[in-house]
Design a protein around this ligand. Structure first.
Ligand SMILES: [Zn+2]
Length: 501
């Protein structure tokens, strides 16, 4: 597995391991686990400076390129400035299949940490819907002018930067342009395929010439397939459901493109457009009660052509029956909703609030506030001196001193405000508000159901006749057992109807 190291050193903590020490331990950990280190990111944080985690943000940005699958950190608390950041960034990484690993601790996280992170994540997701819309609006404007909207740039294209004046400000936008060096490769691929050459021979031809894909890899069936049905090559710019002809410079003529599409259909390689990807909400949560293995999401098409989705025990020798996906997800989501009683909501929000408070690293803030008090005392003393002083020239000196002290106070109070803004500004009431929202949503809404399950459910154990739910609450495993038989009778669900996969 390819991994990167992230190390951080903050100067105010005397007992902390040095950067070299952190790196050494991370490298040893990688070696023990056969991980391949591709990059190291190091932040030397000086308290008070504004950008104390430049490398951290660089690592997050690089994570989008898919170059690594794990981030090794010396200790989990080195990963981010506070638990809120930690929850947000861990989620971002997890969404890309990247794990955060700790070189020193052989633990994932304690149970209270899990609860807090899951609720914070849920809240971040809930409140980021609005933010997401803002980003989309920005993308809409980009689309109107056929500007580049992010994502990988197909082979044969490059990006050209343009300086655009909007509201008196210069903004850099990017547009697609033809990469004169690579575009002929694309043309050749289309021509060969239209002339009914096999995929294998096209791949061999390109790789023998040393041609590389846009991702700088050797060509394979998938990369050729993606090129052959990409409408960008006939100049079509697309954003969401809108396509703009001529929004991009063209590389392939319509006739050639059309011929290739017919060949793809003939070879059974036409893309299945709009095939919705099924998201299994209980992956890594649902376990087989009998053998304690994970149950994984599967799908299969029945004779009538209907798509069935279900979870099946990973252990191929296990005879635990597969269970229908929607049925069990709805059952779990319903129980999670029922779990959110008024008492539980009160308890959970208080619990989380106290964890947030106890995890706050306020060393810097305390120092600044102490200094502030000292300066206030000095100021009062100086003013007193000015009143009592009878010598004009000496009094003048005191005036100067007072001005200096006032200046310092002004700067420090600015610093304190800035430091305070780093803190998680979530009150117990806000957490409560979020949990109440979570109680009232509709399970028919997939996004809501996902947030509900992710926030509250830690584990689900499936037995032959019952289901045991473990919630993300404290160290206590709050279990709810549901009899499946009762539920089965009242639903149309039949295990035997599932296809074998
Ligand atoms: Zn099993």
């Amino acid at each position: 597995m390819d991994v990167v190291i992230y190390a951080r050193y903050s100067s105010h903590n005397q007992t902390e391991c040095s950067i070299d020490g952190q790196l050494k331990e991370c490298e040893e950990y990688a070696k023990r686990n056969n991980y391949n280190i591709v990059q190291s990111y190091i932040d030397r944080a000086k308290s008070g400076t504004k950008d104390d985690r430049e490398q951290f943000l660089q690592m997050i940005a690089d994570s989008k390129k898919g170059l690594f699958k794990g981030v090794i950190t010396y200790q989990l608390d080195r990963f981010a400035r506070n638990r809120y950041d930690s929850a947000i960034y861990k989620k971002q990484l997890r969404d890309k299949g990247i794990r955060v690993l700790s070189a020193r601790e052989n633990i994932t996280e304690d149970a209270s940490g899990i609860l807090m992170e899951s609720v914070l994540e849920g809240m971040a997701e809930y409140y980021s819907v609005e933010l997401g819309q803002k980003v989309k609006r920005g993308m809409g404007i980009n689309a109107e002018h056929c500007y580049y909207n992010g994502g990988s740039v197909p082979l044969g294209f490059t990006l050209k930067e343009l300086s655009i004046a909007t509201n008196g400000k210069d903004m850099i936008k990017k547009k697609y342009a033809i990469d004169e060096e690579k575009a002929p490769i694309v043309k050749k691929i289309f021509q060969m395929y239209a002339n009914r050459e096999t995929m294998a021979s096209i791949i061999r031809y390109l790789n023998n010439l040393g041609c590389r894909t846009s991702q700088d890899k050797e060509f394979n069936k998938n990369s050729i397939g993606r090129i052959l049905n990409n409408k960008k090559y006939i100049g079509i710019y697309s954003y969401q459901d809108t396509e703009t002809a001529g929004g991009i410079p063209r590389i392939i003529e319509d006739d050639l493109f059309e011929k290739v599409q017919q060949e793809l259909v003939r070879n059974g390689l036409a893309p299945a457009r709009n095939r919705a990807k099924t998201e299994y909400l209980l992956t890594t949560k649902l376990m087989c009660g009998k053998c304690k293995e994970y149950m994984t999401g599967k799908s299969g098409t029945s004779k009538t052509g209907k798509l069935h989705t279900y979870y099946k025990c990973k252990n191929s020798k296990c005879n635990t029956k597969a269970i229908q996906k929607d049925y069990i997800e709805n059952l779990v989501a319903n129980s999670a909703q029922e779990f959110l009683t008024k008492d539980n909501i009160d308890y959970v929000s208080k619990q989380i609030y106290s964890i947030i408070k106890s995890n706050q690293d306020n060393t810097d803030l305390n120092k600044m506030q102490e200094n502030y008090k000292k300066l206030e005392k000095q100021k009062a003393k100086t003013i007193k001196m000015i009143y009592e002083c009878e010598v004009e020239s000496v009094r003048k000196n005191f005036y100067n001193e007072l001005a200096n002290i006032e200046d310092e106070i002004k700067q420090l109070s600015f610093g304190i405000t800035k430091e305070e803004s780093k803190y998680i500004n979530i009150t117990a009431t806000e957490i409560k508000f979020f949990l109440n929202k979570l109680k009232k949503g509709s399970i028919a809404n997939f996004h809501y159901k996902k947030t509900l399950i992710n926030t509250l459910i830690n584990k689900v154990l499936l037995y032959e006749d019952r289901l045991t739910l473990v919630f993300n609450i404290n160290n206590v495993e709050q279990e709810i057992t549901i009899s499946l038989l009762e539920n089965l009778e009242s639903s149309s669900f039949k295990v035997s109807a599932l296809p074998n996969c």
